[in-house]
Design a protein around this ligand. Structure first.
Ligand code: ATP
Ligand code: MG
Length: 694
């Protein structure tokens, strides 16, 4: 069905201006338009406007294959593609199918970077079969290299592997000199400047020798490639339009990539909100969005949006009041006409157990009232804060999906199986090889080390395994592994069947290594289901490493997509999204702001923005829960410290009139007195005597 209805009719005039800017009659002589910045507050329709702009471009003749659309997560990319499709379909009917298939350059900076590097590998001296290390693989490799250099922590108190990786990653993403990064963010490591340089140089060499890239490399190699004018011009010419959502959370490398692709800003649209910049710990800099207009001559066109369509007036006013106390002045004036009598609530509970009971109870009340679990979310500062709630949800059989927490892929058994695949994909990947070899009984770290060295020496030849002599105790298991490995390298079973072969091979190791085999086996079967959605092993591994699937409630099993489930999410992972009712856990000092982030005013201000992001996710109901005490690491069992807490400093007394205050469970004195109906009088003595017939 084709309709001629105006696809932009739902937009307000400002949104429409942004969508139509430079398109059609208003375009320049070459059909492109100058740079555009949409800077606006939460829920003002930035993402929606971006989706409409993409659709509008396509409907006005831009080839969808020539549109590069960069989002913050794979989930956001999929959501954006869905929105574009809906708009285009209204006009084109079934012809929209072709558009959906052609809009393929949609994804995160990292995923698009990986794709471009593979495509251009030959021209830039990379082997296209590179595998990608996630953060934990990178930390393992950093550790390996550190030991090889004799920079062991125990003897010298050299920084831990995770710290080394953070320093490295920050310097790379911010494109800043090491000493500056150390001074500013890791002052306690400043004395190790020379050793860190040596370590990072060796780390880079190790990655190259093994043909692996880490997350940062995906941006760094891309930016380096674009530093070559011929490459930048060729790649830039492939796209008529480059659009970026959540631009406030990009880092210097990402901005450099964008500027290299489109130095004159033609066809570039970025949208974002400086009040929602929450990723500076990953070297994101709000300067990117603030400086964007001035990077061009003439400067970029700026559109601001002031109407919030998401939240009710009381929720928006409370959120506005919280951000108005920020040191920085955000000049956005958000208003909403979604009137409601219901103020957001601040709920005081005794501890995290009560917090969990309160949230679970309210979630069920809302569901009873017709609000699906999927329209509700529980948000928290750190992944481990949801521990007690997860237990309570499992107890009450409430299914949930957790975003931004421990990923499914971080579980040992899933990592084991993926390491086998990765090792087969790239036998030079030492971290993968090291992990796989040690699965076999009788092979310890030193034998595993010799094995991976041998493979690397042969230039990554898989048949090096054949000639390796394992310790006698491991011989039988070794043969089985070599046979599997040869099949994988030759792709004999085909994809995704080979994953089942790996699981069957892994089964005895699973039984030997883990007590809870059934749950873990179910995870591996789920992994096979995910794999079935990919055309080949390489794309499966790349995608999974870059944006792993979310963990689900183990008790309830993974919810199917058409099932209803509650969303649990870190605040960081919740950005850009919205739910009818939102619960914010642990809104107390020590959690928000986190104790780990009170070292400087800048850090504290970022925590305030984090609370603002959390509050502005709510459409109709917002519950901010403040336990009077909590466990610093979310777990009593580990002997964790119990601390007494105060309501977050970001909601001072002066703001309390914007909230409804509640204590839960209600104190006995607040409960209605039970009705004392008079009871009939009975004579029990008489009855007792009667029992014996006297
Ligand atoms: P955030 O800052 O959180 O990323 P945003 O500015 O990207 O928010 P969107 O997610 O695009 O905002 O939109 C917020 C909500 O407002 C969505 O539910 C969207 O459908 C709705 N919305 C946006 N524009 C309009 C409009 N013109 N008419 C009606 N609803 C709208
Ligand atoms: Mg958005």
């Amino acid at each position: 069905m084709t309709t001629t209805a105006d696809p932009l009719s739902a937009l307000n005039p400002d949104q429409r201006r942004a969508v139509e800017y430079g398109v059609g009659a208003a375009a320049g002589a070459d059909g492109a338009c100058g740079p555009l910045l949409v800077i606006a507050g939460a829920g003002s329709g930035k993402t929606n406007t971006l989706a409409h702009r993409v659709a509008h471009l396509i409907l006005n003749g831009t080839d969808p294959r020539r549109i590069l659309l960069l989002t913050f997560s794979r989930r956001a990319a999929a959501e954006m593609a869905r929105r574009v499709d809906r708009i285009v379909r209204r006009v084109l009917g079934n012809r929209a199918d072709a558009v959906a298939q052609a809009l393929t350059w949609t994804g995160t900076f990292h995923a698009i970077g990986a794709r471009i590097l593979r495509e251009h590998a030959a021209e830039i001296g990379l082997d296209p079969a590179f595998t990608i290390h996630d953060r934990s693989d990178s930390a393992d490799l950093m550790n390996l290299v550190r030991h090889e250099l004799g920079l062991s922590r125990t003897e010298s108190r050299f920084p831990a592997k995770a710290t080394c990786l953070s320093i490295y990653s920050r310097a790379v993403n911010a494109r800043a000199p090491l000493d500056e990064i150390l001074l500013r963010h890791f002052p306690w490591c400043a004395g190790w400047d020379a050793e860190l340089r040596r370590l990072f140089a060796a780390y880079v060499e190790a990655k190259q020798a093994q043909n692996v890239l880490d997350y940062d490399d995906l941006l760094l190699y891309w930016a380096q490639m674009l530093a070559e004018p011929a490459h930048a011009a060729a790649l830039g010419a492939r796209f008529d339009h480059v659009l970026v959502d959540e631009y406030q959370d990009t880092n210097t490398l990402q901005a450099d990539v964008l500027m290299a692709l489109k130095p004159d800003g033609r066809g570039v649209t970025v949208v974002g909100d400086d009040a929602q910049s929450i990723y500076s710990f990953r070297a994101a800099t709000v300067r990117n969005i603030l400086d964007f207009p001035g990077r061009f001559d003439p400067p970029a066109r700026i559109v601001t949006l002031e109407r919030n369509y998401r939240s009710t007036v009381p929720i928006l006013e409370a959120a506005n009041a919280v951000i108005a106390l920020a040191d920085e002045r955000f000049t956005k004036n958000l208003w909403s006409d979604r009137h409601s009598a219901e103020k957001p609530q601040i709920v005081t509970v005794r501890d995290e157990t009560d917090q969990a009971a309160y949230v679970a109870g309210r979630v069920l009340d809302y569901r009873e009232a017709g609000i699906a679990l999927k329209s509700q979310a529980v948000l928290f500062r750190a992944s481990h804060h949801s521990g007690p709630l997860e237990i309570e949800l499992a107890r009450r059989n409430i299914p949930f999906v957790k975003f931004g927490g421990l990923k499914f892929l971080e579980a040992a058994h899933v990592k084991d199986v993926l390491a086998v695949l990765r090792f087969a994909e790239n036998p030079r990947d030492r971290v993968a090889g090291f992990r796989v070899a040690q699965l076999l009984p009788g092979i310890g770290p030193s034998t595993a080390g010799r094995l991976v060295d041998r493979i690397v020496e042969t230039g990554g030849r898989a048949d090096a395994l054949d000639r390796f002599e394992p310790p006698p105790r491991a011989a039988a298991d070794w043969q089985a592994f070599v046979a599997l490995f040869a099949d994988l390298v030759a792709s004999r079973s085909g994809w995704p069947a080979e994953l089942e072969a790996v699981r069957l091979w892994y089964e005895p190791h699973l039984q030997r290594l883990h007590d809870d085999c059934a749950v873990r086996r179910a995870d591996l079967i789920q992994l096979e289901q995910i794999a079935a959605g990919y055309p080949d092993r390489q794309r499966f591994l790349t995608d999974l490493t870059l944006d792993p699937p979310e963990a689900t409630s183990a008790e309830a099993g993974p919810p199917h997509l058409d099932e209803d489930y509650l969303i649990l999410s870190t605040i960081h992972s919740a950005k850009g999204q919205e739910w009818s009712s939102v619960f914010v856990l642990n809104a107390v000092d020590g959690c928000i702001p986190s104790d780990m982030a009170t070292g400087s005013t800048a850090e504290i201000e970022e925590e305030r923005r984090l609370l603002y992001v959390a509050m502005t996710r709510a459409r109709d109901a917002l519950h901010i829960v403040t336990p009077q005490r909590f466990f610093t690491h979310g777990q009593q069992a580990r002997g964790d410290r119990h601390v007494y807490a105060c309501r977050t400093r970001f909601i001072p007394d002066a703001l309390l009139d914007r909230f409804t205050l509640l204590s839960w469970p209600p104190a006995a004195a607040d409960l209605p007195a039970p009705e004392a109906a008079p009871l009939p009088r009975i004579d029990l003595k008489q009855r007792m005597r009667g029992m014996w017939g006297s």
